[in-house]
Design a protein around this ligand. Structure first.
Ligand SMILES: Cc1cc2nc3c(=O)[nH]c(=O)nc-3n(C[C@H](O)[C@H](O)[C@H](O)COP(=O)(O)O)c2cc1C
Length: 220
């Protein structure tokens, strides 16, 4: 078995040989966090960041205990950041019990992190189905396979159900998946973190107030 601590010891973040940390001047940041998020997303794509549209989604269960997993970003606009999953999955049940979540993006190509927190609502069924059917056949087959987060008896059972789902996508490319839900997180807070080689990382937090977005710097 490899020695984990041996492997960890030489590892660093933001190796100057491969990572160029951009300057971020919070004084020039726009008034709305969505505008900054969109600019940073475009810069992550331009910097060659692998899979910038994947994010950690943190939820809490009925007892308040935390949970986290990776999901795909479906979009972000004035109504919030959106993602999709099965309402009956573990995270779906947690969101029913506590409709509040946090998202985390890490874009190491530029030493950037974005955190988003706020209440979550499920979109109406027709909108969720339209979002699913606009995606790939594989996404539909995976959604049709269903039973997400239930205990699986064998990989053979998964293979059979998945094959049946793929076959159905051929016959019925608009097959409905009633449990599939598009969720929107409407942020109360959005924080932008720009890593700095001298560890003077810049943290800019936007907080929603009755008068609009308040911006404040945070100690790193
Ligand atoms: C890169 C990546 C993207 C993923 N995207 C999604 C997604 O958009 N929706 C989803 O339900 N699960 C997605 N998953 C799977 C989830 O991480 C998770 O395993 C699954 O949703 C079950 O989570 P739960 O048991 O907490 O409900 C993705 C996994 C990875 C690694």
């Amino acid at each position: 078995m490899p020695d984990l601590h041996e492997l960890l010891r030489p590892l660093r973040v933001w190796d100057p040989a491969v990572t160029e940390l951009p300057d971020f001047d919070p004084a020039t940041a726009p008034a709305d966090p969505l505008a900054l998020y969109t600019a940073w997303f475009a810069e992550a794509v331009a910097a060659g960041q692998v899979e910038p549209h994947t994010m950690s989604l943190a939820t809490a269960d009925e007892g308040g205990l935390p949970d986290v997993r990776t999901v795909m970003l479906h979009g972000a606009d004035a109504s919030g950041w959106s993602f999709a999953t099965h309402a009956g999955s573990r995270k779906g049940r947690q969101l029913t019990a506590r409709p509040y979540a946090a998202l985390g993006f890490y874009w190491p190509a530029q030493g950037r992190q974005v955190r988003v927190r706020g209440p979550v609502t499920g979109a109406p069924s027709a909108e969720s189905q339209a979002d699913l059917h606009a995606r790939s056949t594989g996404a539909l087959a995976a959604a049709l396979t269903g039973r997400q987060s239930e205990v699986l008896s064998s990989l053979e059972e998964l293979r059979q159900q998945s094959q049946a789902a793929w076959d159905r996508t051929q016959r019925e490319p608009d097959a409905p998946v009633p449990s599939w839900t598009l969720y929107r997180l409407r942020p109360d807070e959005v924080e932008f973190f720009q890593g700095d080689a001298a560890r003077r990382h810049v943290r800019l937090r936007y907080r929603r107030t009755e008068e609009g977005w308040a911006k404040e710097l945070l100690w790193p």
